[in-house]
Design a binder for this molecule. Sequence first.
Ligand code: GDP
Length: 296
Amino acid sequence: MAFEGLTSKLQQTFKKLKNKGKLTEKDVKDAMREVKLAMLEADVNYKVVKDFVNSVSERAVGQEVMESLTPAQHVIKIVNEELINLMGKNESKLNISPVPPTVIMFVGLQGAGKTTMAGKLALYLKKHSKKPMLVAADVYRPAAIKQLQVLGSQIDVPVFSLGDKINPVDIAKAGIENAKKSGCDYVIIDTAGRLHIDEELMNELINIKNSVTPNEILLVIDAMTGQDAVNVAEQFNNSLDITGAILTKLDGDTRGGAAISVKAVTGKPIKFVGIGEKLTDIEVFYPDRMASRILG
Ligand code: GDP
């Protein structure tokens, strides 16, 4: 599971503090040096780590320790609160269109888990009494359309496709019209990914965005790619002004840094996480629960 390395390193650091009665400024400083190293090793973005450690240090040294807490508990409490702040405080709900359907555009690099996540989100919405439709707008990757159709039939959700000879912008528009006619209240558009970000990919996504004005542009990123996931998020956000991110493969032995860095670097929240290959392996991203998981 994600964060193993980070969790055990943080616990070791806090254990050392627990053996001390009163903490000096040097104790806090030493502990923060260790926290900094542990976070860097977990692939948290460098600037994020620096700001984080500074805020924790300032509060840990400056604040009165509550009577009910030991000095070590006081530091842990601050680390926990600052981690939650970093990841966005509260969960971020989906932006809903006042007039259905709500249009959600999925973007991301190939292999990030975009198509799988489109199926997972559709199933999640269905379980919450919504009527989603999937739209197959990835006309480049062989078998992408088929993959979405197979997913759709597994979860009994309609999949709109016009094959791979039609422009993705037209597919997206026609998909939304079709959803309106069939009374679907959510449209999830699965767009093409590439191995690397290139201008052509971004231009196509910008064209789709401009012609369907989605309520959500969710970037699907692979937690296993560590620092790269955050760089990808920054680039997609600069071009598309995404509304949020979805982090996949958090079940693997990823070091987890992306979960901590994405919000701080892009200003955009993580809304869901993928925690396995099954279609039920989707969770809402709760910053407080994630912080507890990290602290172990
Ligand atoms: P796309 O190219 O972005 O559409 O990626 P796919 O949806 O085809 O997924 C690529 C691979 O990642 C597939 O083998 C998926 O089963 C796998 N995958 C997707 N999400 C997860 C996840 O949350 N955990 C794990 N372990 N594997 C995942």
